[in-house]
Design a protein around this ligand. Structure first.
Ligand SMILES: NC(=O)CC[C@H](N)C(=O)O
Length: 191
């Protein structure tokens, strides 16, 4: 077994799979040895999983479906009770404070949706720390509480943060070669 595989061995990840880029997360996590279950309907959120992934996609649609499919309250409770959670792009918007969508509002940051450009759409870059970044109509973190730790920045703007059990990023780590955020999520789930 490789060192990479060990990171996720024995860990079950619930991946929100109502819309967006969830399959790419599953591939990453399974390559690290984790087992993924897709959360598609209300009953799925009552299955056993150790940590949660909220993928990129369209946050307005995801929020609507979470409510319609009766998944919202249970997932909110899990996050509030400390389940390790990774929210990427639209997933970060769901965790953050936002007046534009009805999200969890469990992560004390404010965001501006589509701040990295509607026209340009997507681009790849390198973080100030040297990690690859893929942005797709990404939100920008416009403010954050003092307890929020910056894990990565781009042009001095925070693009990945941690607040206790919650990890969030504006980019798409499932599309990049370096699975450092997935590994961090799995390490939180192991504790
Ligand atoms: N790649 C993404 O997840 C884009 C997020 C999208 N712009 C939103 O507001 O939901």
């Amino acid at each position: 077994m490789t060192a990479q595989k060990k990171a996720g061995a024995g860990i079950v990840v619930g991946v929100l799979a109502v819309q967006g880029a969830f399959i790419e997360h599953e591939r990453r996590l399974e390559a690290l040895g984790a087992t993924c279950i897709e959360l598609r309907r209300g009953s799925d959120v009552h299955r056993n999983f150790d940590c949660l992934v909220l993928p990129g996609g369209e946050s307005t649609v995801q929020s609507k479906l979470l409510h319609e499919l009766d998944m919202f309250d249970t997932l909110e409770e899990y996050i509030e009770n400390g389940m390790p959670t990774l929210g990427t792009c639209a997933g970060m918007i769901l965790l953050a404070h936002s007046s534009e969508i009805e999200g969890f509002d469990t992560l004390p940051i404010t965001i501006k949706r589509n701040a990295y450009g509607r026209q340009l759409g997507s681009f790849t870059a390198c973080s100030d720390q040297g990690a690859p970044l893929t942005f797709i109509r990404a939100p920008r973190i416009s403010s954050m509480d003092t307890g929020v730790e910056v894990l990565a920045s781009y042009n001095n703007y925070p693009v990945a943060v941690r607040f206790a059990n919650q990890l969030a990023c504006a980019f798409h780590p499932e599309l990049d070669d370096d699975p450092w955020l997935h590994k961090l999520l799995l390490s939180l789930a192991r504790k």
